[in-house]
Design a protein around this ligand. Structure first.
Ligand code: ADP
Ligand code: MG
Length: 622
C-alpha cells in the first residue's frame, strides 16, 4: 500500500515538485524549535537563539542537494518511527482500505503529513544522518523509495540532522537538474520559507574585480542567509506593500481571494505586541455554523504557541483572520492560563478597538468595500447587537446597515435619522422575507403616506436586535405592525374611535367567530386603501414568532394577533350588513378576512382547501 500511495503522490499530487524543499526546511525549523524551546526552560542546553541555523548545499557533480540543521535530531527509534512508515499517521489503516479509487487516494493523502516523503518526488536516494541532542551515537537512515530502508550507526560530530538527496536522473519531461542551480533554490526558499525564523544559509558564487585590475574578475564563494527571517508583522509598515500583505494572508490562511482590508498593529506600552488582522472577502462556508472556530494565531516572541486563540477575538468580530505576537507572553503558557491572562485580555480589548475603527473607516471612506463586507458578515454584527443583552450595542450600532424603503439602498441608523422629517418621532421598520415583499405590506401604508422612511428588516435576528437597541439618537424604534405606530392625526383618531363604538357588537361578534386565533378585532388607523392586515400587541411580533417557532422547543411562541379592518373599505359596509342579515355568513367572512391577513404576512393558513372552497363559493354566487 505504501508503495502505491507513494507512487500516487510522486506522480499526481504534487505536480509542483519544488515544494519538497519547503517541507524539508520546515521540518528542520520544527526540529530547531523543539531544541530552542527546551533551551528556554532548561539552561543546561546551553544554546542561544543565534546558534541555530539551516544550511543548504549543492553538489552538481554528485547530483546531491543537502539540508542540514542543528535542531533536536533523531534517535535510532525516532528515525525508524518518524521516517520509516509512510502511513504512520494513526488515522489511517491501509490494510482495511483494500480497494480505493484514485480520487479517494488523493483525499486520504491530504489527511496526513506527507512532508518528508515529498523528498522522493525528486530523489533517487534519500539519506538522513541524525544525532539526537544529548546522545553520543548518530545513525544513518537510507532509502531508495517505498521498497524499504536501512538504518545503521554512524559518526556525526554535532547534534542535528543532515539530509542528502541524490537527485533522480533527468527524464524526457522532467528535469531535476534545476534543483542543483543556486538561483532556483534561492527562489524557492524566498517563495515558501521567507519567514522561517532561523537563518537558511547557502554558499553563493560571487565575483569581484581582481585587485589592481579593471576588467579581470575573480570568483569566490560566500555564505549568505537566503530568508528575511523577520516575520512580516515585525517589519515596518512603510516597507511593506499591499501585495506582500495580501500574499502573506493567502499563504497563511488558505484563502484564494485577497482580503478586503489589512490592519497592521504595533503596540508599545504596558503590553507590547504586533498584530496582523485581515478582513476576508468571503465568509467561509461554515461561518454561520457551530463548526466555525474563531481565533487568531498567537505567538510568543515569534514562536507559535496557539493556532486559534479564541480569547483574542470578540464574538462579533469572529470573522477576522490573523495573528498576534507578543514579547511579553510566557512560552509555557497553557490554555487555562491563557484565559486568565491579563496581558492577553488587554491585547484582545485593543484589537477590538482597532477592528471597530477600521470598519468605521471603511464605512466612511470605502462604502462599496464596506457593503461587500456587510453582505458577508453583517449578520454577525447583528447577532453581536443582540447577544449579551445588548452589552456591545454601543460598539456596533453604527456599523449595521438596513435597507431603506424610501432611499432604495442600505443605510446606517445615523443616515436614517439624519434624513427624518422634522415631525417624525420614531424610527419605523417592517419585517419580511425580502425588501420587495415588505414594500407590499398594507401596514406600511399610513407611514409612507406621511412621508416617513421605513427600514426593511429581512434577517431573522433583525427584530430581536432592534428591540435590544430600543432607540437610536433618542428616537425609539416602532414596527409598522406594532400596536401603536405613533402617528397622531386627531381627526382620524376620532373617526376610528367613533366608528369603533358604533360597531362594537359587530367587532365583538367577529372576535368571537375567530376565538383562539386573534386577540382582538379592531378598526385600523394604519390602512387607507387596503381592506385588512394583522398587527400585534406586546413585544412579540409575528416575525419573531416565526423565528422562535423555527427552533426546536417544547412550547410554541404565539404573538398576540390583532385583525385590523379598514372602516373606509367597501368590505366593511358588507360586514355591517351581514351582522344584521346573515350572521352565519359573517362568520365565514371573518374567517376569510383572517386568512387573507395571514397570507399577507406570509403565514400558512390552517386549511387552504377550505379557504379555496369558500372563495369559490362566493365567486359562484349570483
Ligand atoms: P510532519 O512534519 O507533519 O510531522 P513529516 O513527514 O514532514 O511530517 O516529518 C515526519 C517526522 O519526522 C517529523 O514529525 C519529525 O518528528 C521527524 N523529522 C523530520 N525531519 C526532521 C529533522 N530535520 N529533524 C528532526 N526530526 C525530523
Ligand atoms: Mg513536516
Amino acid at each position: 500500500e505504501s508503495k502505491r500511495i507513494l507512487d500516487l503522490m510522486i506522480h499526481s499530487i504534487y505536480t509542483n515538485k519544488e515544494i519538497f524543499l519547503r517541507e524539508l526546511i520546515s521540518n528542520a525549523s520544527d526540529a530547531i524549535d523543539k531544541l530552542y524551546f527546551r533551551s528556554l526552560t532548561d539552561s543546561a542546553v546551553g544554546l542561544n537563539r543565534e546558534d541555530f541555523f539551516i544550511k543548504i548545499s549543492l553538489d552538481k557533480e554528485a547530483r546531491t542537494l543537502s539540508i542540514e540543521d542543528n535542531g533536536c535530531g533523531m534517535t535510532k527509534d525516532e528515525l525508524e518511527n518518524n521516517l520509516g512508515v509512510i502511513a504512520r499517521s494513526g488515522t489511517l489503516d491501509f490494510k482495511n482500505e483494500s480497494d480505493l479509487g484514485a480520487q479517494d487516494d488523493i483525499e486520504i493523502i491530504g489527511q496526513f503529513g506527507v512532508g518528508f516523503y515529498s523528498a522522493f518526488m525528486v530523489s533517487a536516494v534519500v539519506q538522513v544522518v541524525s544525532r539526537a541532542f544529548g546522545e553520543e551515537q548518530a545513525h544513518v537512515w537510507e532509502s531508495e523509495g517505498p521498497d524499504g530502508y536501512t538504518i545503521r550507526a554512524c559518526d556525526k560530530d554535532t547534534h542535528g540532522t543532515l539530509i542528502t538527496l541524490t537527485l533522480k536522473e533527468n527524464e524526457k519531461e522532467e528535469n531535476y537538474d534545476e534543483f542543483l542551480e543556486t538561483h532556483r533554490i534561492t527562489g524557492i526558499v524566498k517563495k515558501y520559507s521567507d519567514y522561517i525564523r532561523y537563518p537558511i544559509r547557502m554558499e553563493l558564487q560571487k565575483s569581484r574585480l581582481k585587485e589592481g585590475s579593471e576588467e579581470e574578475y575573480k570568483s569566490y564563494t560566500e555564505e549568505e542567509t537566503l530568508n528575511s527571517m523577520v516575520p512580516l508583522w515585525r517589519r515596518n509598515k512603510s516597507e511593506l506593500t499591499r501585495e506582500e500583505y495580501d500574499q502573506f494572508y493567502k499563504d497563511k490562511f488558505y484563502d484564494y481571494e485577497d482580503p478586503l482590508s489589512v490592519i497592521h498593529v504595533k503596540a508599545e506600552g504596558a503590553v507590547s505586541y504586533q498584530a496582523l488582522l485581515y478582513l476576508p472577502a468571503k465568509a467561509p462556508y461554515n461561518y454561520y455554523t457551530r463548526d466555525y472556530e474563531k481565533g487568531l494565531q498567537l505567538y510568543a516572541n515569534g514562536v507559535l504557541i496557539m493556532d486559534k486563540c479564541a480569547d483574542l477575538l470578540s464574538d462579533h468580530f469572529s470573522f477576522i483572520k490573523g495573528l498576534a505576537d507578543s514579547q511579553d507572553l510566557s512560552l509555557n503558557i497553557s490554555r487555562e492560563m491563557l484565559q486568565q491572562d491579563r496581558q492577553l485580555a488587554a491585547i484582545a480589548k485593543n484589537l477590538s478597538k482597532k477592528i471597530k475603527a477600521e470598519l468605521e473607516r471603511l464605512l466612511k471612506n470605502e462604502r462599496e468595500t464596506y457593503e461587500k463586507f456587510f453582505g458577508e458578515f453583517g449578520m454577525q454584527l447583528k447577532y453581536g447587537l443582540y447577544s449579551g443583552f445588548g452589552a456591545h450595542k454601543e460598539d456596533l450600532k453604527d456599523l449595521v446597515l438596513y435597507y431603506s424603503m424610501a432611499q432604495k439602498k442600505l443605510v446606517t441608523l445615523q443616515e436614517y435619522t439624519d434624513a427624518m422629517p422634522q415631525d417624525q418621532k420614531y424610527i419605523y421598520y417592517a419585517c419580511g422575507e425580502t425588501a420587495a415583499k415588505i414594500e407590499l405590506l398594507p401596514q406600511t401604508e399610513r407611514v409612507r403616506e406621511k412621508g416617513y422612511d421605513i427600514l426593511c428588516l429581512t434577517d431573522d435576528v433583525d427584530e430581536f436586535a432592534i428591540q435590544m437597541l430600543r432607540e437610536y439618537a433618542k428616537k425609539e424604534f416602532r414596527s409598522v405592525s406594532g400596536d401603536d405606530i405613533g402617528i397622531e392625526d386627531e381627526q382620524q383618531q376620532k373617526d376610528v374611535q367613533e366608528k369603533t363604538e358604533a360597531n362594537k357588537e359587530l367587532l365583538d361578534f367577529m372576535k368571537e367567530a375567530l376565538s383562539g386565533k386573534v386577540h382582538s378585532v379592531q378598526l385600523s388607523g394604519r390602512l387607507s386603501r387596503h381592506p385588512v392586515c394583522l398587527s400585534t400587541q406586546g413585544v412579540l411580533s409575528i416575525e419573531m414568532e416565526k423565528v422562535l417557532n423555527a427552533m426546536p422547543a417544547q412550547e410554541k411562541a404565539q404573538a398576540q394577533r390583532v385583525l385590523e379592518i379598514n372602516a373606509e373599505h367597501p368590505v366593511f359596509e358588507k360586514l355591517r350588513k351581514l351582522y344584521e342579515q346573515d350572521q352565519e355568513m359573517l362568520k365565514t367572512y371573518s374567517a376569510l378576512l383572517y386568512a387573507q391577513a395571514q397570507l399577507i404576512e406570509g403565514l400558512p393558513i390552517e386549511d387552504p382547501v377550505a379557504f379555496s372552497n369558500e372563495v369559490s363559493a362566493l365567486m359562484a354566487k349570483e
